[in-house]
Design a protein around this ligand. Sequence first.
Ligand code: 4NP
Length: 162
Amino acid sequence: MSGTIGVLFVCLGNICRSPLAEGVLRELATRERVAARLDVDSAGTSAFHTGDSPDPRTLEVALRRGVRLEHAARQVTEIDLRRFDYIIAMDANNLEKIERLAEYAGGGAEVHLLREFDETAVGARDVPDPYFGGERGFEDVHDMVERACEGLLRHIREQRDF
Ligand code: 4NP
């Protein structure tokens, strides 16, 4: 990964929110012609869906908005904590689990909640879990993830000067 900046998105199942954020950030970086600078991946705090493709509802909404997702779900590991430069959690639960893992895994990653990078998310900190909800939830999650990923990419580019 030398020369690239590692960004890992983390949610619970790694089939809805974090693979979406992975695809959206990659798409934004491609449009800004900086994709080669980034190594983007996603993982879940659980192993519930290990090996699964993203949820069909996530895939469908993303595709309609021009983002193709290709990912096999996996659980976050201690190695991830040392390998990635930015670890971005979707909600407070995921954040807590990452922080607990970081206590003994070490590593120097910056750990954030994704919505810290959404200027319109006043008071709202979590990307809500859409898994048990309806279609509208997936549309809303896509909007949130898109806005926040724009802010995140801006943050990384400013911090890393590219
Ligand atoms: P995600 O959504 O964390 O955004 O991938 C979920 C997917 C599956 C489950 C929960 C959340 N589940 O309980 O199986």
